[in-house]
Write a protein that binds this ligand. Structure first.
Ligand SMILES: [Zn+2]
Length: 268
């Protein structure tokens, strides 16, 4: 596995969080598929899971990072490339009753202490960002469509934009997501990727007649193309579909899949 030179020594032990090796000021946590919890811990409503229960699971995720759920912010997620800069007026969106998530964004960044930024997934990469020079934090949900729109690089650039005038100390970490071991794709996706990113051959893994897409390598390369230092990008995480008891996997569970979530914030 490739490692951008950061704290790979902790990868094996810390599968439930981003891997940053940062200061105590940065709070982050990743939820798992938790049997015995309502909706097995899914943080997003479904036909089988009412919104108030899902909101309670989101609140547990945020509390687990020692942040206040009443100040957390949930991304609406549309599988695009847009990034929102989040501050105090957004606090509670998607967490307090009557306040909907921040619509239209798959990436969020903030330098406001106390605000937890939350994205959710079943197989898609969730990517965490920290710039300790501010400090500032960010999170991205990189579906294959969002990957094509450059969400990973856009979010990294947005974090760096908050460090104006300082020498940035950026760290980027991927949460578990579906790997090239399991993410088989069809010709329409292959054609769409090649049309937008001509130098994308390394993102595809061929096994016999089947083709698999590498969401880690593609997002990593896209970040580097966007000016994110390669040394700041962390190692490849484990595959969500290979661990369906731990992580929700759309490919493993289909319509029955819930969503796990990640939160990142600056401690108040
Ligand atoms: Zn796998």
């Amino acid at each position: 596995m490739q490692d951008g030179g950061m704290t790979s020594r902790t990868v094996a032990l810390r599968t439930t969080a981003f891997v940053f090796g940062t200061s105590q000021r940065i709070a982050h946590s990743l939820s798992q598929r938790t049997m015995g919890r309502p909706g097995e811990g899914s943080v997003i409503r479904s036909n089988a899971l009412p919104e108030d229960v899902a909101r309670g699971n989101r609140a547990s995720l945020v509390r687990g990072a020692l942040l206040d759920p009443g100040k957390a912010v949930l991304a609406g997620q549309v599988c695009g490339g847009a990034v929102g800069i989040i501050s105090e007026p957004h606090a509670g969106a998607g967490f307090r009753e009557g306040l909907p998530p921040i619509e239209g964004f798959d990436g969020m960044v903030t330098k406001t202490p106390g605000i937890g930024l939350v994205c959710y997934s079943a197989d898609c990469p969730l990517i965490g960002y920290v710039d300790e020079s501010v400090p500032a934090v960010g999170i991205a949900h990189a579906s294959w469509r969002g990957t094509m729109e450059g969400i990973a690089g856009n979010t990294g650039q947005a974090v760096l934009s908050l460090s104006a005038g300082r020498r940035p100390l950026l760290r980027v970490s991927f949460a578990p997501h579906i790997g090239p071991c399991c993410y088989e794709v069809k010709q329409d996706l292959i054609d769409a990727v090649r049309a937008k990113w001509p130098n994308s051959e390394a993102w595809f893994v061929k096994k016999g007649e089947f083709t698999f897409f590498d969401l880690y390598q593609s997002n990593r390369d896209i970040m580097v193309a966007a000016g994110i230092p390669v040394a700041s990008i962390g190692a490849r995480p484990r595959c969500s579909k290979c661990a369906p008891g731990l992580y929700w996997s759309w490919r493993a569970q289909k319509e029955a899949a819930g969503r796990f979530g990640a939160v990142i914030g600056i401690r108040p």
